[in-house]
Design a protein around this ligand. Structure first.
Ligand code: NAD
Length: 492
């Protein structure tokens, strides 16, 4: 599945309702993480292409075809998008798998159902939208006021390689539901599904220019965030890049939503149901997205009382994790995205050993998978929270166990990170588990379960994990601004 396939040689960009030839001949070669070999290439959009895309999105925003649609009209488009998306299921699964190494079964059985739920939920939000609402005056004056919600305009959406299709469709559809038009820049490593998403939008009957896609890297991304006609930016990626996006957004005094890095803790309380904890951690820390997940629960906090039981459980469980070709339906962990990224994770593994952590399982490249960027699922015990592997976002199939004296120390250590995206708690006492959850400084906390991303619930970070929210009415409203309409009664 990794030879150059003409289907993954794309020469044009969907801008303004046409597939245009880019202004530059620069290309981005996409490498298969499974083999290390090129599988195709796409245009490396120039700033001119990006500006053309923004102009198209701006024209679309003001066009009758888009601006005359009410929430119900936009919802109908989202419904049609969902139908067309499922017609392209196989293409989407292949596009994501070949470029990202994320197991195809995950895209097919987890991502696509989640996207259908998101499209349905955002369509419902658009249908139920209250565009204008009376607001009672707080003044002792004969004033009647109405608050009106107005879409922001052109939204730039920029995502990383670890959430290709998921990030694309959830963010685009929420922006569309709220009435915005979009310029989407996928990560250079995973551009194929983005071009299929544009074909789906076209087949669903979206007006020209509502979705424009520019494939490219840092240069095109910078041109996009520097364009003064972009009214809002929704960025997901590293904290370092997030800071740059925030600076560019400040220059233009425009809102941005920043979904940045994470370094989650999983608190295994003394009464935790270990038969659920072990498979839960296999999924939440090791297998999800090959461990390349901002919400991976990598710092497991456990007291001496349950520690060895957990160590033994995880050591046994990792032997059952299928590592290999992401196209194989039984694969749970595929390759990491690139040689450079695997070297970074291996460096963190080496640092943990050097700093005195105990390697329980994994830590090496799997046998028989010489090509590609594979890494064994890895378990460390006796990690301390000052070790590099506990301070930095690992972004690979690695879980670390940190021994704590008690629950209070677990809470303190969980919060002792610059990030605040997510944490999790395991306890047989759900009421108490929820009390612990409330003491954790993060945008999402899961109790006794796998990571649920719910389109009806806001998702986003605290601290260096960013600000702003995707999902829920909070996300929907972040694509809109308000206008206050006052009517003063005749006071003569
Ligand atoms: P990255 O910041 O390097 O790149 C992300 C995107 O930004 C890419 O499309 C890239 O082309 C673009 N980009 C890079 N430099 C830029 C610049 N100077 N100006 C404008 N755009 C630029 O991120 P990455 O390392 O590829 O992705 C992994 C990171 O994403 C991790 O830190 C992970 O935690 C984070 N992430 C966060 C969430 C979340 O929801 N909080 C979800 C997934 C991933």
């Amino acid at each position: 599945m990794s030879e150059i396939n003409p289907k993954w040689q794309r020469d044009t960009l969907p801008i303004g309702g046409e597939w245009i030839t880019p202004s530059s001949s620069e290309r981005i070669t996409v490498i298969s993480p499974s083999t290390g070999q090129p599988v195709g290439s796409v245009p490396d959009s120039s700033p001119d292409d990006v500006h053309r895309a923004v102009a198209a999105a701006k024209a679309a925003f003001h066009s009758d075809a888009w601006s005359s649609l009410d929430g119900a009209g936009r919802a109908d488009l989202l419904d049609r998008f969902a139908e067309e998306m499922m017609k392209r299921e196989d293409d989407l699964v292949e596009a994501v798998t070949i470029a990202s190494g994320i197991p195809s079964s995950s895209t097919r059985y987890e991502t696509l159902p989640l996207l259908l739920a998101a499209l349905a939920k955002f369509a419902q939000m658009a249908r139920d939208e209250v565009v204008e609402q009376d607001r009672e005056s707080a003044l002792p004056l004969p004033v009647s006021a109405r608050v009106r919600r107005v879409p922001l305009g052109v939204v730039a959406i920029i995502i990383p390689w670890n959430i290709p299709l998921l990030g694309a469709v959830t963010k685009l559809s929420e922006a569309w539901a709220a009435g915005c038009t979009t310029v989407f820049k996928p990560a250079p490593e995973t551009p194929f599904d983005a071009l299929i998403v544009a074909e789906i939008a076209e087949a669903a009957g979206f007006p020209a220019g509502v979705l424009n896609v520019v494939t490219g890297g840092v240069t095109s991304s910078q041109a996009l965030v520097d364009n003064p006609d972009v009214n809002a930016v929704n960025f997901t990626g590293s904290t370092a890049t997030g800071r740059l996006i925030a600076q560019a957004s400040a220059k233009h005094l425009r809102p941005c939503i920043l979904e940045l890095g994470g370094n989650a803790a999983s608190l295994v309380l003394d009464d935790a149901p270990m038969d659920e904890v072990v498979p839960g951690l296999v999924r939440m820390a090791l297998a999800l997205n090959n461990g390349e997940a901002c919400i991976a629960q990598t710092r497991v906090l456990v007291t001496e009382k349950r520690k060895e039981e957990l160590v033994a459980g995880l050591a046994a469980a990792v032997t059952g994790i299928g590592v290999g070709d992401p196209f194989e339906p039984t694969t749970m962990v595929g390759p990491l995205i690139s040689e450079k990224h695997r070297a970074r994770v291996e460096d963190l593994i080496a640092s943990a050993t050097a700093e005195g952590a105990r390697l329980v399982a994994g830590g090496s490249r799997p046998e028989g998978l010489g090509e590609g960027y594979y890494l064994e699922p890895t378990v460390f015990a006796d990690v301390t929270n000052d070790m590099r592997i506990a301070r930095e976002e690992i972004f690979g199939p690695v879980v670390t166990l940190i021994t704590v004296a008690d629950e209070d120390e677990a809470i303190r250590i969980a919060n002792d990170t610059e990030y605040g995206l997510s944490h999790s708690v395991w306890s047989s006492d759900t009421e108490h588990g929820m009390e612990v959850a409330r003491k954790l400084n993060a945008g999402s906390v899961w109790l006794n379960g796998s990571m649920v991303l719910d389109p009806n619930v806001p998702f986003g970070g605290w601290k260096a994990s960013g600000y702003g929210r995707d999902g829920g009415l909070e996300g929907f409203h972040s694509y809109q601004q308000t206008q206050a309409l006052f009517q003063l009664a005749d006071m003569s």
